[in-house]
Ligand binder design. Structure first.
Ligand code: GLU
Length: 312
């Protein structure tokens, strides 16, 4: 009720004030879905330096929610690679697969706010629906969501009748959970006004998560999603400066909204450029030649690897 709201406010302000004064906490968050390459080394050094410069803390998180793509043997190599780069991190390392209950709790909270709904659509059905909409003369064209994770969901399952929804869940049909984006933004703006985050290099950024549409918060095959788990983890680990490659800049719009909905502090952000190979192409995990393991086995020195990554 009202009293609870009044009681909560001063505490939030105190936390925020203390947060600004306390040391920086950053993290490197690799997914053990393959071998790390030079680009990852750059990203890890970047995160550690950002913490070091302020006498802060550097943490490690293993992002292993994707059970079909993550392998324990990759995790072992990741840890060896990072040690070889002379990175040191605090123990214990947070492993996402150990924290499914945290993601579930966040989903429950959003469910209680009536902000999520089951989505039964397959990728193919979503594509077909978007084509249908785009062919209809009076509808707005479907926008890209900017994060290269597929097109904006047209909202098909948001419009299902509750009976229909319950019947399909009861029948055991597989479903993802999606955020009702419009409703979520409305709720947050009622409570806090406009959403924004601070990019330490580019200044205050206004969040516009609506361009992402109804994002997936729990996948059909996993009880969580990238957006949900990183938001929950960064809050749980007390990360107050998130550093990432600039390919992930746009997801901040979504994360900023989730932080507000879940009553987390919004951390500050910094994005670094991505390393490219001689042809100007981005490094990918599938390119074997520049994996840290290969460089290590070739007997490269740390100085040589830093020079290759243009890390000064
Ligand atoms: N785990 C993700 C990756 O390895 C990135 C983590 C993040 O969002 O910062 O690509």
């Amino acid at each position: 009720g009202t009293l609870a709201v009044l009681r909560r406010r001063p505490k939030q302000n105190i936390n925020r004030a203390m947060n600004k004064k306390s040391a920086i906490v950053t993290r490197f968050a690799p997914s053990p879905t393959g071998h790390l390459h030079l680009g990852h080394a750059y990203s890890a050094w970047f995160a550690q330096r950002a913490a070091e410069e302020s006498g802060g803390r550097f943490l490690l998180r293993i992002e292993d929610i994707d059970q079909t793509r993550c392998r324990p043997e990759y995790e072992t190599v990741v840890l060896d690679d990072l040690a070889w780069l002379v990175l040191t991190w605090e123990e214990p390392v947070r492993r996402q697969s150990d924290h499914m209950a945290d993601y579930q709790a966040a989903l429950t909270k959003l469910e209680e706010m009536d902000l999520i709904y089951p989505c039964f659509c397959s990728r193919k059905e979503i594509r077909a629906e978007i084509e249908r909409i785009n062919e209809a003369p009076h509808d707005a064209p479907n926008k890209s969501n900017g994060d290269k994770r597929g097109p904006v969901y047209p909202g098909t399952c948001r419009r299902l009748y509750q009976d229909d929804r319950e019947m399909r869940v009861f029948a055991g049909e597989a479903y993802a959970l999606r955020l009702n984006m419009q409703k979520a933004i409305y709720l947050v703006e009622q409570k806090r006004g406009n959403l924004s985050w601070l990019d330490l290099d580019q200044g205050e950024q206004r969040a516009t998560p609506e361009v992402f549409g109804d994002v997936v918060l729990a996948r059909k095959d996993e009880p969580t999603s990238y957006h949900l788990s990183v938001t929950v983890d960064d809050a749980a680990q007390g990360i107050n400066l998130i550093t990432r490659g600039e390919d992930l800049r746009d997801v901040t719009h979504v994360h900023c909204l989730l932080q507000a909905l879940l009553d987390f502090e919004t951390p500050d952000y910094r994005f670094h450029h991505l390393l490219t190979d001689r042809d100007g192409k981005r490094f990918a995990k599938r390119d074997k030649s520049l994996t840290l393991q290969t460089l290590r086995e070739e007997g490269k020195s740390l100085a040589e690897v830093k020079a290759m990554a243009k890390w000064a």
